[in-house]
Ligand binder design. Structure first.
Ligand SMILES: [Mn+2]
Length: 354
């Protein structure tokens, strides 16, 4: 198993690549969506949380990530002695009508295929995504973690419907007419995912890229009046079975899976890792279950991380593990200190298992 660090777009700097390498990481997962653009209520040096208005503004719908930019990013990561393992998340600007089944759906499916082909050409092996209408919404911030460390949690789902022009907790059309996005059924959401996978998986196979699905975070049955896709552990199997290809895999988020009300986290880790369909792993600890949980330090929650990592090893998982979110440590660099703490902890467990 390999240790990686996830970096938000504005953190893709030489200094942060050095930080990752110094803290023991060998791989990087890069976010290319700027979640923080125009989001005044969103702290930039922490995971995005936002308000009912979402995280921020989506990118430019007419401008896809170029092959040149992807290659340049890979070169910069490699110059620091690291490998670029994955890009995490499509920009809502590039696929809002794939999620919403809107008039630009076919054109935007072509956008996604172009992006996958470019990843393949740039030698980036994994594309992480989260097929969700409401996205990562509804969470609250507070001094929830050990010693009063600032952390994130959920106190019940956000039921206020999404305004038009918003999807995936970002604004893709600031000039959209007033009103809200009508609710859809769970089966309709699964049909939209099936359309996406039917079109994308063959392209990913040909490009040598693995598609990796994140579960719904937070995993409540509904959010903002919309259904969720993967909010119980068994829903992940339905997603895998839609396209039984190694290119249809999981961005396996242990924290989110542990927040789910059904299932046992160790059985879930065993069930999915033994199928060889984990593209990469998000590691994070929590206390509680939806609709009331708190993110904790990696050693301090309900989940025995040593046991999780042992199961992954026993089942032959050889991919990259990144710390997911961590609480902020009270110091001059709260995000970095939190990540360094999680990286050191994971590294020590991996060494022990070897
Ligand atoms: Mn995650």
């Amino acid at each position: 198993m390999k240790l990686g660090l996830g970096l938000y777009r504005h953190m893709l700097t030489r200094e942060n690549f050095q930080f990752a390498r110094q803290a023991g990481a060998t791989h990087v997962v890069a976010h290319l969506v700027d979640y923080f653009k125009g989001g005044a209520h969103n702290p930039r040096d922490n995971q995005p949380t936002g308000t009912a208005l979402g995280w921020g503004q989506a990118g430019d719908p007419a401008s896809l990530w170029s092959l040149e930019d992807l290659r340049a990013l890979r070169r910069e990561v490699e110059a620091a002695g690291l490998k670029l393992e994955a890009i995490e998340n499509f920009d809502p600007a590039h696929w809002y009508d794939v999620l919403l089944n809107g008039p630009n759906k076919q054109a935007q499916l072509e956008n996604l295929k172009t992006i996958i082909r470019r990843l393949g050409q740039a030698g980036i092996p994994i594309m992480g995504y989260n097929f969700s209408l409401a996205g990562v919404a509804g969470r609250v911030i507070g001094p929830f973690a050990r010693g009063g460390a600032e952390s994130v949690g959920l106190d019940g789902p956000l039921n206020e419907p999404m305004p038009r022009g918003m999807v995936w907790n970002m604004v893709y059309d600031p000039h959209a007419p007033a009103g809200t996005v009508p609710s859809i059924t769970s089966e309709e959401l699964w049909r939209r995912l099936a359309d996406f996978l039917r079109e994308l998986v063959p392209v990913a196979e040909e490009a040598g890229v693995t598609l990796a699905a994140h579960p719904d975070d937070p995993p409540t049955p509904t959010m903002r009046g919309q259904p969720r896709l993967v909010y119980q552990p068994q829903h992940y199997q339905r997603l895998l079975d839609l396209q039984p290809s190694p290119a249809n895999a999981l961005e396996f988020c242990v924290g989110t899976l542990a927040e789910m009300t059904a299932g046992d986290i160790y059985e879930t880790v065993d069930h999915y890792s033994r199928q060889g369909r984990l593209a990469y792993v998000h590691l994070r600890n929590i206390t509680g279950k939806v609709p009331h949980y708190r993110e904790t330090f990696i050693d301090d929650g309900d989940v025995d991380m040593v046991r999780v990592l042992r199961i992954l090893k026993q089942n032959g998982f050889a991919g990259v593990i990144i710390p997911d979110h961590t609480p902020q440590l009270a110091c001059a660099a709260p995000w970095h200190a939190g990540m360094a703490y999680a990286l050191g902890y994971i590294q020590a467990v991996l060494k022990t298992l070897d």
